[in-house]
Design a protein around this ligand. Structure first.
Ligand SMILES: [Zn+2]
Length: 318
């Protein structure tokens, strides 16, 4: 059981997980109030598909339909992996479902999947899922074909972000089809496999971190901001080889220690993986916008780099 996250906590958790987040105007106070069992204590997260891929689907998740007032989820995930926040309170997404499933989720006691549901919205004894689950509506026709990689990855990150914020494992993540015996969504994959991907993400960035500074080294290494920027901007190079600079590896090691970069990418090349990792760090420092020229575009900046160095034992020079 857990107290629901505030809107600000939700936003911070999603950004820290590296998601491209958009905020629908008014999302912080857009909810279904205290209908049914209200909102919370919360016990898990639920994945849905919209059943269509019309550009207007995001607005339907926001405003609802004649038979189902919005919000219809806490967030809407577009095909390109962009996440739009639509609610921070009670939303019309889960409906009634099986209390035995809820108990298995609360206890995180099952092996690969919770017990099959035998209830649905309106059936006798159904439990109000809208009070217990955060919901994600994913733009998908529901034909069973795979989601684009960026969309799938964003769904994994959304689920992991909320689990991490609550201290839950991936067993707190279910699909709508696992909650209600009426529902087919999400159709694109087996939820047991999805949970494995969420858990891998949770495990990868919660491993114990190495000590902040190497113990035997008396002097801190220094990293030149201007040389680093040059290396970042010429990798990949238009022609020839990228600018080689030893400080790149120092910074990559720090990003790896932060859980933002796989160790295999600590290679001295300021390529796409390193830029992504630096974007993640810049977002942790409060910067936004990953497009070129924006504050979290992965090209090193003085403030965020200095903060990384303070934490990981290097100084920043001009
Ligand atoms: Zn659904």
């Amino acid at each position: 059981m857990a107290t629901p996250l505030t809107a600000s906590q939700i936003l911070a958790a999603l950004i820290a997980e590296g998601l491209d987040v958009k905020e629908h105007p008014g999302w912080r106070t857009h909810d279904r109030g205290n209908r049914g069992d209200g909102w919370g204590p919360v016990n898990g997260v639920m994945i849905h598909h919209t059943g269509g891929t019309a550009p207007s689907d995001g607005e339907i998740v926001w405003s609802g339909r004649a038979d189902l007032p919005g919000p219809c989820a806490h967030a809407y995930l577009a095909k390109d992996g962009t996440l739009t926040l639509t609610s921070a309170g009670r939303a019309n997404h889960a409906g009634g479902g099986d209390g035995a499933v809820l108990q298995a989720v609360i206890a995180e006691s099952y092996t690969t999947r919770p017990p099959a549901p035998h209830k649905h919205d309106g059936s006798p004894g159904a439990v109000d899922g809208n009070a217990r689950f955060y919901g994600l509506e994913v733009s998908d026709r529901g034909t069973g074909s795979a989601w684009p990689a960026a969309q799938y990855e964003a769904a994994v990150r959304w689920a992991a972000a909320i689990c991490r914020a609550h201290g839950w494992t991936a067993k707190s993540v279910i699909g709508h089809k696992e909650w209600s015996d009426w529902k087919p969504d999400p159709a694109a994959f087996d939820m047991a496999a999805f949970r494995q991907d969420v858990q891998a993400r949770l495990d990868a960035s919660t491993k114990p971190k190495p000590p902040a500074a190497p113990v035997p080294s008396p002097a801190k290494p220094s990293v030149s901001l201007s040389k680093l920027i040059k290396a970042a901007k010429t990798d990949p190079p238009k022609s020839g080889t990228p600018v080689s600079y030893a400080g790149v590896k120092t910074v990559e090691a720090a990003l790896a220690a932060e859980g933002l970069l796989a160790k295999s990418y600590v290679d001295g090349h300021y390529g796409t993986a390193t830029k992504d990792a630096m974007s993640g760090w810049q977002e942790r420092c409060g910067y936004r916008g990953r497009k070129p020229g924006q504050a979290a575009d992965g090209i090193p900046g003085k403030d965020s780099l200095t903060r990384l160095g303070k934490k990981h034992g290097f100084t920043v020079i001009a």
